[in-house]
Design a protein around this ligand. Structure first.
Ligand SMILES: *Cc1c(COP(=O)(O)O)cnc(C)c1O
Length: 391
């Protein structure tokens, strides 16, 4: 029996246990402590962010970010449609409504022209959104300059959802540091993990202090427990921050390993008819969190689902590209500007196993199976193709 190959699993380095042990030995088993402070500091040094707040998840970080920029019930927030549900859920936590923006084909990320159009439309109606949530999908930078320009024109804060993009850059600078606020995730399947966790970064110290305040039940400065606002219990534990410090040490290796996965898949599969890989926009360097490709069923001979099911038979996990949020039952009533590009990418797109701990032979197994699906559908079986399947 073949061992399972999963999409993206945690990959622990050499130092995490050392930091965790230190937390135990000093009894810092709490949602605050020296590892939390150090993790935030080291995160800033690495990304170039001014201030960071470690929290319990990427979703929590986004919830805080939206609260910090003043999102309230009845507001609208613009959001990329091609993304994981967590990019939009926190909008609804605050009683606001997401309005979705389609992707462009070159980056798979928010189309800047559509955003500008949508903002213009809302400006005319006299109801601008309170924020724009910009996702850097699968670790690839969106085209930030025109997006920032559009937001600045109407004075709308940009929140970067860099959950999949820690370590990726736009024009040489780390993603998450361009917007008003940036957020990251350390969930088990992300580039680096604390098992569960997240980070919020921001240049504005006042907002950062407020994030810390809201993340610790919004406790007023008083010896007794007094509260004038609703807060949350969102701080990261000192133990998990210890894991995070260890993971930060190996971040660049993890990104390199995921980019190497992409290169191996790309060179092995790029010449198959009907296969196209997610492009890398020339303004940035992606993490290649997941290697994604699209399959044109007519040219390839099988569709995305057939390939996915054939891989499952071999104990290989792959996933369709995110189902666009404007197609989600829960957001059926929400407006979307455009939508056809994201719908196409969902219909034809597949994410391949992409963990930084995959071995070359794991990748080879995936490659051989994808080739097998294609060649099985070809009526004329040439000798060289047969040889290919067995090597
Ligand atoms: C994972 C993810 C999140 C949420 O992060 P959690 O830490 O799992 O809460 C948000 N946005 C995107 C794009 C993600 O991939």
């Amino acid at each position: 029996m073949n061992k399972p190959i999963l999409l993206s699993t945690p990959h622990i380095g050499d130092r995490e246990l050392e930091f965790v042990k230190e937390a135990f030995e000093t009894n810092w088993i709490a949602p605050v402590g020296p590892h939390v402070d150090a993790f935030e500091q080291e995160f800033c040094q690495l990304t170039g962010a001014s201030h960071a707040v470690a929290v319990s998840s990427g979703t929590a970080a986004l919830h805080l970010a939206l609260r910090l920029v003043g999102v309230e019930p009845g507001d609208e927030v613009f959001c990329s449609t091609l993304t994981f549900i967590a990019s939009a859920n926190p909008i609804t936590y605050l009683g606001a409504k997401p309005v979705f923006i389609d992707s462009d084909r070159t980056s798979w990320n928010m189309n800047p022209e559509l955003l500008a159009e949508a903002l213009k439309h809302r400006a005319k109606k006299g109801k601008l959104p309170k924020a724009v949530v910009l996702v850097h999908l699968y670790g690839q930078s969106a085209d930030i300059d025109p997006i920032l320009k559009a937001c600045n024109q109407y004075n709308i804060p940009l929140i970067e959802d860099a959950a999949e993009a820690l370590g990726a850059t736009y024009q040489g600078r780390y993603l998450g540091t361009f917007g008003h606020i940036g957020i990251y995730s350390f969930n088990g399947n992300k580039i680096i993990t604390t098992s569960g966790g997240g980070m919020l970064v921001c240049d504005d110290l006042e907002l950062v202090n407020r994030a810390n305040f809201l993340a610790t039940q919004a406790r007023d400065r008083a010896p007794h427990y007094q509260h004038s606002e609703i807060g949350y219990n969102y701080r990261l534990s000192n133990i998990l921050a210890g894991i995070g410090r260890g993971q930060l040490c190996v971040l660049s290796e993890r990104v390199a390993a995921r980019r190497r996965n992409f290169e191996i898949y790309y060179h092995a599969l790029k010449n198959l008819p009907g296969i196209e890989f997610m492009p890398e926009a020339n303004y940035g360097r992606a993490t290649r969190w997941l290697t994604c490709l699209t399959i044109d069923p007519e040219a390839f001979g099988a569709n995305r689902e057939q390939v996915r099911l054939a891989l499952i038979e071999q104990q290989i996990e792959s996933r369709p590209v995110w189902k666009p949020l404007h197609l989600q039952p829960i957001f059926a009533e929400c407006e979307c500007f455009g939508g056809a590009v994201a719908e196409d990418l969902f219909a034809y797109g597949l994410c391949l196993p992409s963990g930084s701990n995959l071995k070359r032979e794991d990748l080879e197994r995936v490659i051989v199976q994808i080739k097998a699906v294609h060649y099985k559908t070809q009526s004329v079986f040439t000798v060289t193709e047969k040889v290919y399947l067995t090597t």
